[in-house]
Design a binder for this molecule. Sequence first.
Ligand code: SAM
Length: 216
Amino acid sequence: MGRVYTGNRADGYQSIAPIYDLSTSWALAPLRREMRRLILSAGYGAAGRVLDLACGTGVLMAMLRRRGVRALGVDLSSAMLGKARRNGLTGSLARADATMLPVRDASVDCVCLVLALHENTREDQDAMLGEALRALRPGGKLILADWLTPRGVVAQAAHWLMHPVERAAGREHYRGFREFLRAGGLEGILARHGLVLECLDRRFLGALGLAVARQA
Ligand SMILES: C[S@@+](CC[C@H](N)C(=O)[O-])C[C@H]1O[C@@H](n2cnc3c(N)ncnc32)[C@H](O)[C@@H]1O
């Protein structure tokens, strides 16, 4: 992960980074615990390499490292990466655009990608997943969490609660969110890339999915 990011995408998380952990940990803690369980039960311990793509403030990475997992993190936001370093993470963190990963082909055992696809353009959502697949070794696992296209009134209501939050995150972010849902949400992007869904756990009243997938 040696390459330095030289692109010019704006840091949409500058003002969010200082309060991100405080405002999200109550909601994301159960999801992260489940991801850690999935990773440990797949046997990706000290010998494996887990890439947390769009790692944000590095909370999942820190949880994994405490259990002996070799976790690497990549994020576009220097503010979020700064917070990750203040959270005690050192080394194996890189500022990079997930659409152009500074990671060798087939070099990691597992890629995690949580709540980042939906805030990109449709083209970048596909490029991010394509890069995640390029980085994965054959037989490796993808663990993804993102919005599902709602089924039923309860999931629809949960979604409507999320719209103001996604809108407040900025015009580009909100446009990505809406495009992501129109294209079938998490299940849509997995299907477009021909991935085999090993399990899909519906959370937040069916609005958010936690998926384990692999290449066919
Ligand atoms: C809602 S936060 C989620 C952070 C972390 N995955 C978590 O679960 O707490 C979304 C993160 O995705 C990152 N991100 C979005 N698009 C990205 C891209 N194209 N390349 C790298 N990081 C990206 C943002 O900078 C932000 O840190």
